[in-house]
Design a binder for this molecule. Structure first.
Ligand SMILES: C[C@H](O)[C@H](O)[C@H]1CNC2=NC(N)=NC(=O)C2=N1
Length: 96
């Protein structure tokens, strides 16, 4: 099981992640992705879903039309781990 990031590692990760912020009252990160249309949003979600399954690390997310709200945390660890940072970076890369 991955280990929770220390405060320093967490802050270091956050400053290099564009658009991601800490959730209030919970050790998790969140970002709102806005795409051109539903097709772009859902296509991206599909690509992320395949990767998430491969990583065995799954996002909390919701979609309304072209907007996808994502929250990442490692439930097994009760907070943020390198898996969340890795998935966040991959999501950004896949979003282009
Ligand atoms: C058994 C399985 O490996 C675990 O339940 C995985 C599945 N996906 C997961 N996803 C996330 N975000 N956090 C987890 O702790 C987690 N655990």
């Amino acid at each position: 099981m991955p280990k929770r990031l220390g405060a320093e590692a967490r802050n270091e990760a956050l400053v290099t992640l564009t658009g991601w912020r800490l959730v209030e009252g919970r050790e998790a990160i969140t970002k709102r992705f806005i795409f051109r249309d539903f097709n772009e949003a859902f296509g991206w979600m599909t690509r992320v879903a395949l990767l998430a399954e491969k990583m065995d690390h799954h996002p909390e997310w919701s979609n309304v039309y072209k907007t996808v709200e994502v929250t990442l945390a490692t439930h097994d660890a009760g907070g943020l781990t390198e898996l969340d940072v890795k998935l966040a970076r991959a999501m950004d890369t896949l979003a282009g």
